[in-house]
Unconditional design. Structure first.
Length: 438
């Protein structure tokens, strides 16, 4: 088996139009079933970010699956539902056993004007494949969130995707448009809760919506066509409605949950007003408690308001590029992680290009680190975390790296991660060879 040491060990793959459309389709319907592991805020932007990450994950999975098949690795056929928790896993044979290949994908944004960061390429990754920090401009950690390291995964495949920032640019370089908004705020738990959806389905009692359209000026069209994506009786449900301005379409449903709202590009281009969505009827009246023991089966007091800024385009750019860096077994990841030291965010007053060593270890830090079996890596004299971890501030930023640069507030990793380096990974060719030897 060969470690990743050369630029040609890294696969450079491009998705097809079908891959991009598949990613958008999944992302529009699966948000209620996807664990909010990064604890995104419940606002509109947080839900858009989550959905775009799902689209990216599906696209990476489809591209990698096809490439593995081309190389002779035939993933075990699975008929996956958008409700599946292991949406980004591929079941493959490694040696004589079926393993779950968990695809870990992060996104490099080409339109970030970051000083000192060279354009992404396989050559650049290899030149820095064994650099452990502190200079984040040359630091390529292969990340696994600390909340996922105890999952029953056996094999990881690390991917870096490259594109413009799709959170900010909805139209450049697209093969199509899937303008999509999501339940957010106080309406989110009631409309898009997995637990509440399953409870409604078990009693065969759903909810109904009223949808009103209020134009914002002369540029608004006289009507709005909206597709409501949801579920009913364990099946996807799609209802298209047409609302004229200053009017209401009543009692749309039934739904067991509401996943998203979509409009066509023509309507999006002329949409400057707002849509107000309220619950007209709730046939299911039983108490359903969330993890905080709060009853989430409470109709929202205020309507869900959707404006132009609440829509993202779930179809990724045509120039989306996927760099498949390499793969490793979980046991090897955990061992390699112990070769490195932990990092926290840069102190800009000292050096904005360098992370700081993780030396201040709080009681909460100790609990987090010990929970995943790294308590023996907490050094006391001098204080230091002697393991590859990157800490988040918990306030929108954290330790930085090439893909998550220091851009001020909000830069760096958004959650605490464990890491190894590209030089610790096996090249994808060996995954194929391992399969073909069986």
């Amino acid at each position: 088996m060969g470690l990743v040491t050369k630029a040609n060990n890294i696969l450079v793959l491009k998705p097809t139009k079908e891959d991009l459309l598949s990613g958008a389709s999944y992302a529009a319907i699966t948000l209620p079933w996807t664990f909010n592991r990064m604890m995104m805020n419940t606002g509109s932007s947080g839900q858009q970010f989550r959905a775009l990450n799902i689209a990216k994950g599906i696209v990476s999975q489809e591209v990698l699956r096809r490439e593995l098949e081309r190389r002779g690795v035939k993933p075990v056929v699975q008929t996956k539902s958008h409700r599946d928790e292991d949406l980004f896993d591929l079941d493959i044979l490694v040696g004589s056993k079926v393993k779950k290949l968990d695809i870990k994908s992060i996104n490099y944004y080409t339109d970030y004007p970051v000083l000192g960061r060279q354009p992404l390429s396989p050559k650049l990754i290899i030149e820095n494949a064994n650099y452990p920090g502190p200079d984040w401009r040359h630091f390529f950690p292969m990340l696994i969130p600390h909340t996922q390291i105890l999952q029953e995964k056996e094999t990881y495949c690390f991917v870096i995707a490259s594109s413009i920032d799709t959170r900010k640019d909805t139209e450049t370089d697209r093969c199509g448009f899937a303008f999509t908004a999501f339940p957010y705020g106080e309406s989110m738990a009631f409309l898009a809760s997995k637990r509440l959806c399953l409870a409604r389905e078990s009693f065969h009692k759903g909810l109904y919506l009223n949808c009103s359209y209020f134009p914002g000026g002369l540029l608004d069209s006289g009507f709005l066509k909206i597709v409501i994506n949801g579920e009913w009786e364990e099946r996807k449900k799609r209802i298209e409605i047409r609302i004229t301005k200053n009017s209401t379409v009543k009692d749309v449903g039934p739904f067991s949950c509401v996943s998203s709202f979509q409009i066509e590009k023509g309507n999006y281009d002329q949409f400057y007003g707002r849509v107000e969505i309220s619950v007209s009827r709730n046939d299911f009246r039983e108490t359903v408690l969330n993890s905080l023991r709060r009853d989430i089966n409470q109709m929202p007091l205020n309507p869900l308001t959707i404006q132009r800024s609440d829509f993202c385009n779930l179809i990724l750019p045509n120039s989306y590029i996927i760099y498949v860096v390499g793969w490793t077994m979980k046991v090897d990841f955990l061992q390699a992680c112990r070769k490195y030291s932990g990092w926290v965010w840069p102190n800009d007053r000292v050096n904005k290009f360098e992370n700081q060593p993780w030396t201040q270890i709080t009681e909460k830090d100790k609990s987090t680190i010990s929970a995943v079996g790294f308590e023996d890596c907490i050094q006391t004299k001098p204080s230091l975390l002697r393991a590859g971890w990157m800490k988040t501030t918990g306030r929108g930023g954290g330790a930085c790296c090439y893909v998550f640069p220091n851009i001020g507030h909000g830069g760096g990793v958004k959650e605490t991660n464990l890491f190894v380096l590209p030089g610790d990974l096996w090249e994808i060719e060996d995954l194929a060879n391992s399969y073909n030897r069986t």
